[in-house]
Write a protein of this length. Structure first.
Lengths: 499, 498
């Protein structure tokens, strides 16, 4: 069934290329993928400690001298949560995408690209083969380039499309070298992730600590570029603000999580000594994300830019959870990946509605619109609170876990990571400031006379938004829903480390 | 069927086309291309039914290697490449006729087209022989068979100044490089006392070999072959010749000629790499050339505006990656074992390069027939006008850039892996820079197809669809599927080499 979920978006994309009705095919494929991934979540065996489930493998390459390759899929709790994130956001992104007639240009290309971006993320999260993990992620590269370049907003969209493509392309190349170095380092002749990690854990084949530092550094730069870790963040905010909103939802919400997933799935278990050596560097960089980029976010004057920077800023928390390198921190990081993905998708979807109906997302031009679109105002309020980490939303549960995780060990004296946590806490204030400011300048105050008053959001427009909001609230009130999957998987990561 | 029948059939096919052209009155000379294409398909099928000789006694096998899977693989590349060239030539024949035929009264309107279909076959036979050549004499003769065919083909458009200029440049520089090669052979014979590669290898492995003389021979041979495969600093002819030559011949040069250059390079370099005394200096020289080629090819490709010139620099850059693989030969006592992996990687890379480059050139030929422009302007806004052609070109470019799930990615992955294993960090860094630049210049064509809007000042706005012949369309679909399927499962190509 996992294979069906992975290939569904790709087959739908092929069908669209061959002439199937674009919106209908895309929507039904993503709805079906979501239903199937919920079924997987129900069937998931919680009693198993770590390890992949629903595994399937099709051996492809088995020739001496070359690493064994197999088209293999499987999910553990971490990938299941990310799979749910990907399918939820994909459905909602396809749903809020404009109708076939409203798209300027080829609607086929539009929906096909959306499916490839979403399908690439799903494939990456479900692959248990290192090659396919990497390759599925790259599947999104060219569709993103075309989507931003053709259907994006603003004068600079072609330049933005180039920036993100070259940046991410080079990032993936650096990542590739890091992965090859890790592969060669443990002497693996396979791409199978479990076997590679087993090799990395066994004392005979483990990589020497001095070498681990280098490899981890390269991987951190590679994955860091993909996640927009400070100072490799400059592609992200312009790309998200110039991209069509469904692409921004998928990219900021789902695809960007790939880099974090890769760190947790590959770099952490394979290179523990390398990670330990570079934790302090990572702490400095992630504070750059939280504090410096947080302040940059406050200074933004347009909603789309602000959301772009805010999504970059929030990555700092996830990195903090990873840097903590204990159960609580990493579980919190995974949960925040889910929560942030949903909430940023929610915000971008609403931003798209504002742009479509008011023709602008400029704070100065908007103002007081809550009087004509109260439903939008309410939904945006929820989304803003979620993003700022108010209790009741999944983001809160995740951030609390990260902070507690990172502060652990304070009884032995306050070290680098505890200081970093203390500073990072101020990020919560920063995000409250910019979210509330955005809410005030768009929805409250004097309504500008020049703005026309559109009809409020219809049910059709609200449904995809509500889908995201419900997911956030449910997980926010009962984080155990996802934590029950995440906990054994994270323990699995550390279990193998001990043995 | 004995293996050398393959070459004989291809030569016979070429002669047949010449004879039919001379003695049969054809309404449409493009029928000849059909003969060639069908014949090549048959030869390709026969490739899988080859029988190796039981005994390799006799004079013939001193010039022709037996039990050689690698040679078969390269013969396959030569045949498929020629097939692709024939398909392109079929579409391109209108341009050939325009720029060759004399408008004399009474002459056949397509006079001069027949040889355009026969020459690639003769070149193909030469390429196939070159894949099996195991003796300095047969290497030289087969190489010259190919090169002389190319001299004619490059300058074929005799009313086109660009083509003539390309022909002269190629002739002069080609002759010069041949001179280097022969001189190198002479020194090599002087050092080792043999023309046979196996004997040369044995002679070079001896500790009392005259190192200075052997290295001098190596340097001369390396210069000549670097010229043939388009490596820096002997790459200057490539952009001009590629731009001027008829498009199908450019494709032939960039794939067939390069693949053949590499198999000869592999055969000639392996004795040196097998020699414990020389291997360090030899790999260093190759590494320097590889690094230079990668830098020059990739960085010069960035500002190009003419598509053929861009592909010319791209072919230089791919030569750089291939040389990089060769420079990463492990230094082990077991020479044949050490070289086997880089050789497999190089053969795989060339197979991948064949698929993607033929696809790019096919699209280019079809577009060129409708739009008489070879700059990027011809491709501006093409996606609206010709979605199929644009998608095909996009896949070819993605593969050339080395994006995963296309076959081009595996080539780069294997080369990078070799470099990591051999800890060639400088080369690896240069390769990364090259691959990064590749993202930009290959996507540039995608950008003009999908993001550009035609500028009325620069070109006539024309929204009529571009007609695609059925053969070309089928070939494009097959190539696209091949690129993606082999991109998911590289054993499709690697399996042939195992």
């Amino acid at each position: 069934m996992l294979e069906i979920i992975v290939f569904l978006p790709l087959i739908a994309a092929l069908a669209i290329a061959l002439g199937a009705p674009a919106r209908f095919t895309a929507l039904s494929a993503s709805a079906f993928a979501l239903v199937l991934s919920l079924v997987l979540a129900i069937q998931f065996d919680l009693t198993k400690e770590g390890g992949f489930q629903f595994e399937s493998a099709r051996p492809l390459l088995d020739i001496g001298g070359f690493p064994d390759l197999s088209l293999s899929f499987g999910i553990d709790g971490i990938s299941l949560v990310l799979l749910l994130l990907a399918t939820i956001v994909m459905l909602s992104a396809v749903w809020v995408a404009p109708g076939e007639k409203q798209i300027k240009g080829s609607s086929k290309l539009y929906y096909l690209s959306l499916l490839l971006i979403g399908g690439g993320a799903i494939g990456a999260f479900c692959s248990t083969d290192l090659f396919f993990l990497y390759a599925f992620h790259e599947l999104a590269l060219i569709p993103t380039f075309l989507m931003i370049g053709i259907f994006g907003h603003g004068e600079n969209r072609v330049k933005t499309a180039w920036t993100i493509t070259i940046y991410l392309g080079v990032g993936s190349l650096i990542l590739l070298v890091g992965l090859i170095m890790a592969l060669v380092g443990v002497g693996a002749d396979t791409f199978n992730i479990e076997e590679i990690i087993a090799l990395a854990k066994s004392p005979e084949t483990a990589i020497a600590a001095g070498e681990q530092k280098w490899i981890f550094g390269i991987l951190l730069v590679g994955f860091g570029i993909l996640v927009s870790l400070f100072p490799f963040h400059s592609w992200a905010a312009p790309a998200y603000s110039d991209a069509p909103e469904p692409v921004a939802m998928l990219h900021a919400g789902v695809l960007k999580k790939f880099g974090l997933y890769g760190l947790i799935r590959i770099a952490m278990p394979m290179l523990p000594a390398g990670m330990e050596a570079l934790t302090n560097v990572l702490l400095v960089l992630l504070l750059g994300n939280i504090i410096y980029l947080g302040l940059v976010t406050i200074a933004q004057k347009k909603l789309d830019r602000m959301l772009g920077y805010s999504s970059v800023m929030h990555m700092g928390y996830v990195f903090l959870g990873i840097a903590a390198a204990n159960h609580l921190g990493v579980s919190g990081a995974v949960l925040l990946m889910f929560a942030h993905g949903i909430s940023i998708a929610l915000l971008f979807a609403l931003c798209g509605w504002v742009r479509e109906n008011y023709g602008t997302v400029d704070f100065e031009k908007l103002g007081g619109i809550a009087s004509h679109v109260p439903k939008l105002g309410l939904l945006f309020g929820f989304a803003a609170f979620a993003s700022a980490g108010l209790p009741g939303f999944a983001n809160f549960a995740a951030e609390v876990a990260i902070f507690f995780g990172a502060f652990k060990g304070a009884e032995d004296g306050i070290g680098w990571i505890q200081w970093a946590t203390i500073i990072a806490l101020w990020g919560v204030v920063i995000s409250a400031v910019y979210m509330l400011r955005a809410y005030r300048s768009i929805f409250l105050g004097e309504c500008s006379k020049t703005l026309s008053a559109p009809a409020d959001m219809t049910w059709a427009a609200r449904l995809p938004i509500l889908l995201l909001l419900v997911a956030l609230l449910v997980v926010g009130f009962v984080p155990e829903i996802l934590n029950q999957f995440i906990r054994p998987a994270v323990e699995g990561l550390f279990l193998v480390k001990a043995g | 069927m004995p293996v050398y029948f393959l070459e004989i059939i291809v030569v016979a096919l070429g002669l047949l086309i010449l004879m039919v052209d001379a003695f049969v009155k054809l309404e449409d000379k493009r029928t000849l291309a059909w003969v060639g294409m069908l014949g090549l398909v048959v030869v390709f099928a026969l490739l899988f039914r080859v029988q190796w000789p039981e005994s390799t006694e006799g004079a013939f096998w001193q010039f022709y290697s037996a039990n050689d899977n690698l040679a078969l693989f390269f013969k396959g590349i030569a045949i498929l490449c020629t097939l692709g060239v024939m398909i392109m030539s079929y579409d391109f024949s209108g341009v050939v006729v325009d720029q060759t035929a004399d408008p004399e009264p009474g002459a056949h309107p397509q006079a001069g087209l027949g040889e355009f279909f026969a020459l690639p076959l003769f070149a193909c036979a030469g390429l196939m022989w070159m894949a099996s050549a195991n003796n300095l004499v047969s290497i030289f003769v087969s190489l010259e068979t190919v090169t002389i065919c190319f001299y004619v083909m490059v300058a074929y458009l005799r009313r086109n100044v660009g083509s003539l200029e390309a022909g002269v440049k190629y002739l002069i520089l080609g002759a010069l490089s041949t001179g280097f090669l022969v001189y190198g052979f002479a020194w090599l014979y002087g050092v080792t006392g043999s023309m046979d590669l196996a004997e040369i290898s044995a002679a070079l492995a001896k500790p009392d070999v005259n190192q200075a003389a052997a290295l001098f021979a190596f340097a001369l041979i390396l210069v000549a072959l670097t010229f043939k495969v388009g490596g820096a600093p002997f790459h200057f002819w490539i952009p001009d010749v590629y731009q001027g030559a008829p498009t199908p011949i450019t494709a032939f040069l960039s794939i067939g000629s390069k693949a053949a250059g590499f198999i000869v390079l592999l055969r000639l370099v392996s004795p040196f790499l097998a020699s414990g005394e020389l291997v360090g200096k030899v790999t260093l020289a190759i590494a320097i050339i590889a690094g230079l080629t990668l830098l020059i090819g990739n960085l010069s490709a960035i500002p190009q505006k003419n598509f053929k010139r861009l592909l010319a620099y791209s072919s230089i850059s791919h030569a750089g990656f291939l040389l990089m693989a060769l420079a990463c030969t492990p230094r082990s006592s077991d020479a044949s074992g050490a070289l086997s992996k880089p050789v497999t990687v190089i053969a795989f890379y060339l197979g991948a390069y064949l698929l993607m480059t033929i696809l790019a050139f096919l699209v280019m030929t079809v577009v060129r027939r409708k739009i008489a422009d070879e700059t990027f302007d011809a491709y501006t806004g093409l996606a609206k006008r010709a979605p199929f052609l644009s998608a095909a070109m996009l896949i070819a470019m993605a593969s050339l850039a080395g994006i995963p799930l296309t076959v081009g990615f595996w080539g780069k992955l294997f080369v990078f892996k070799l470099a990591v294993e051999q800890q060639q960090w400088v080369l690896l860094a240069i390769g990364l820079i090259g691959a990064g630049a590749g993202f930009y210049y290959y996507l540039k064509i995608a950008a003009s197809m999908y993001l550009g809007t035609p500028d009325p000042k620069k070109q006539v706005i024309d929204d009529t669809p571009i007609p695609i012949g059925n053969v070309a369309r089928i070939a494009m679909i097959l190539l696209m599927v091949g690129i993606i399927v082999a991109g998911v499962n590289p054993s499709l190509i690697l399996g042939l080499l195992d």
